[in-house]
Design a binder for this molecule. Structure first.
Ligand code: HEC
Length: 221
């Protein structure tokens, strides 16, 4: 009898606490002006712009670390011998067929294929001169962002609606920071067939990393 009563009190307290949490959450979510903020249940809101910068920092760091500390230590990169290689393995596009290891762009894709299933946000690597068919700019936002970014060399950020969902989207330039970027893409059979006139040069924007963060609504025009 008594335990029953305590249980009921407990259930009510929990219900009340969840209601309070929901009210706090809504207050935080709505306090950002124009719904342009990412709400957190426990603390101050963070702008999606900053969230995108955080995510991009991690993505770029992981890709650089993999390139610098794994791929640059392999004995062979896409059929070409490397004199400073210490790992007896090849980094190659056909890594699954040759018992090799993935190229950095493939490693990046293997990561986003897993992360994009989380349902929290999505990201990807795209380019107007894509080798992988899934990497072409698709939405109007991506097409405009890509043109602007290729022209300016700077990140491009904005809002877009896909279906009924509003997103804050940010595109960051992926530049030819090493000679290997240029030489591998310029001599890739798919590149040669599709874009025979496109010859990448060092430091050029070769594509972009795009990050899409769902937001409550599009900002007021
Ligand atoms: C040894 C070859 C090789 C090197 C080096 C290389 N890439 Fe790639 N890159 C590829 C391949 C192959 C793909 C397609 C990967 C896939 O299957 O998704 C790709 C994909 C890309 C994409 C996405 C668009 C597309 O073509 O599918 C961008 C952008 C890109 N690379 C930029 C770079 C940059 C910048 C560097 C240097 C930091 C670089 N790549 C180094 C082979 C290479």
């Amino acid at each position: 009898m008594l335990t029953n009563w305590i249980q009921r009190i407990r259930a009510r307290t929990i219900a009340l606490l969840s209601l309070a949490a929901a009210v706090c959450f809504t207050a935080v979510a709505c306090s950002g002006g124009g719904g342009s903020t990412v709400a957190t249940a426990t603390g101050p809101s963070i702008s999606p712009d900053l969230v995108a910068d955080y995510i991009h920092t991690v993505l770029a760091a992981d890709r650089t670390a993999y390139t610098k500390h794994v791929v640059s230590r392999v004995k062979t990169l896409e059929g070409k011998e490397k004199d400073k290689g210490v790992l007896d393995v090849e980094s190659t596009e056909g890594w699954q067929q040759t018992d090799g290891i993935p190229l950095p762009a493939q490693m990046f894709r293997l990561g986003y294929e897993i992360a994009n299933e989380s349902g929290l946000f999505t990201y990807g690597l795209i380019s107007p001169w894509y080798i992988n068919d899934n990497h072409g700019p698709k939405s109007d936002f991506e097409k405009v962002a890509m043109d602007e970014m290729v022209a300016s060399g700077e990140p491009y950020k904005g809002y877009q609606e896909v279906g009924d969902q509003a997103y804050f989207s940010a595109m960051y330039p992926d530049k030819a920071v090493a000679e290997a970027c240029v030489s591998c893409h310029n001599t890739h059979p798919v590149h040669l067939e599709r874009y025979p006139d496109k010859v990448f040069e060092l430091d050029e924007v070769m594509g972009g990393v795009v990050i899409n963060i769902p937001v409550e609504s599009m900002p007021a025009a």
